[in-house]
Design a protein around this ligand. Structure first.
Ligand code: ZN
Ligand code: ZN
Length: 134
């Protein structure tokens, strides 16, 4: 599936080819902090299928307790997380942050990881009182 996207301010833009079945939620505590939100949704693809088409993103390197490095790319202007990749063999894979993908409404997650650190209320939001707009 052909997709494109951008950060909130439009400085960082990209195009990619992805598999709509390779979309997953991550509930790990790093993703909670790095997104400032409850969980992260990512669309994975091979590095060769992902092409930046705009400004250069800024890099933050996250080092896990096991020493594994994750390269977190975000917009230097607006701070939106745009994509991630890794080192060594992991450098061949890119994880695109779903909220920046223009076609995201069509990309329902197919899996979730790190359920052990999922926020306990995550499955209860459907029953909250709500409004179609703010
Ligand atoms: Zn931006
Ligand atoms: Zn995570």
């Amino acid at each position: 599936m052909r997709i494109d996207g951008q950060c909130h301010c439009g400085f960082v833009t990209y195009e990619a080819e992805i598999d709509p079945d390779d979309v997953a939620i991550c509930h790990c505590t790093d993703c909670q902090q790095l997104t400032g939100s409850a969980y992260r949704v990512t669309a994975g693809t091979a590095r060769e299928n992902f092409h930046l088409t705009g400004g250069e993103p800024k890099l933050y390197v996250k080092t896990a307790q096991n020493g594994r490095k994750r390269l977190q790319f975000f917009c230097p202007n607006c701070g939106s997380p745009v994509y991630t990749t890794g080192t060594d063999a992991d450098a061949e894979e890119v994880g695109i942050r779903l909220g920046t993908i223009n076609q995201r409404r069509a990309l329902a997650p197919k899996a979730q990881i790190w359920r052990s650190s999922a926020l306990p209320w995550i499955h209860d939001i459907e029953t909250l009182p709500g409004h179609d707009r703010d």
